[in-house]
Ligand binder design. Structure first.
Ligand SMILES: [Zn+2]
Length: 241
């Protein structure tokens, strides 16, 4: 017998792309999951994803494999707690180096997301490399995905094929886009993440952050958060909006 959750997920995916009934969405993905809290229904493995995304990813990986590209996920679901650890470690380090709270936060958000705002919280996002290539040092560097780089073939394959499986780059190379820099390794599963973003944008991020243990939270007022949402959260590939 199909479990209720699986039934809802199947129904949700059938409806995704149309306007999904708010109650159905909320039952599958309550607010705390959108902030990276709670216990989402994840796939097994080193870099888990929510199950419908894993399923679509596996189909894409199989197609890539036939053309000798090995899609290896180096980062999938990431919890609020994990993102908070990353953030607070960087914040403390910058603070010791003498940065004031605003400069400290500006420095961190050039490369890291504010805890509670990472798309990786949703289980719909993957950071990918080509598993058939050598892994040396920091793998997620733009130049490794271009020209003679080890992951250039993967980048090309994804560029040509990912959309057929529902995956798109949020952080494109478009110079007019604000927010995070170009990330040729980061793909989002649109049929679910578009709905997640819609629901996410209705949440009260300021109250959530104020109640958290995120360092520097005194800076997160209306002005800061609305600019952050406009540029960093919504500063993505328009097909994912
Ligand atoms: Zn990523």
């Amino acid at each position: 017998m199909m479990l209720r959750k699986e039934f809802l997920t199947a129904l949700f995916l059938t409806l995704a792309g149309h306007s999904v009934h708010a109650n159905l969405f909320f039952e599958l993905y309550p607010n705390d999951l959108l902030f990276g809290k709670g216990n989402p229904d994840l796939s097994n493995g080193e870099a888990p994803l929510i199950k419908p995304v894993q399923k679509a990813f596996d189909q894409m990986a199989e197609a890539a494999k036939k053309e000798n590209v090995t899609l290896k996920i180096v980062s999938g679901y990431r919890s609020f707690e994990r993102q908070k650890q990353i953030w607070n470690t960087k914040y403390s380090r910058n603070q010791k180096a003498g940065l004031d709270p605003i400069d400290n936060i500006k420095k961190i958000i050039t490369f890291s997301t504010l805890p509670g705002t990472s798309r990786h919280h949703w289980g719909t996002e993957v950071d990918l490399i080509d598993g058939s290539q050598k892994e040396e040092g920091d793998v997620l560097l733009t130049q490794k995905f271009q020209g003679e780089g080890p992951y250039a073939r993967l980048a090309l394959w994804m560029q040509e094929n990912a959309s057929q499986f529902g995956f798109y780059l949020p952080y494109t190379n478009n110079k007019k886009r604000k927010g995070f820099s170009f990330e040729p390794w980061h793909y989002s599963y649109a049929p679910v993440s578009i709905q997640m973003l819609k629901a996410y944008l209705k949440l009260d991020l300021i109250s959530f952050l104020k109640a958290s243990e995120v360092l520097g939270k005194e800076v997160f007022d209306i002005d800061f958060i609305s600019t952050y949402i406009e540029e960093n959260v919504k500063g993505i590939n328009p097909v994912l909006l």
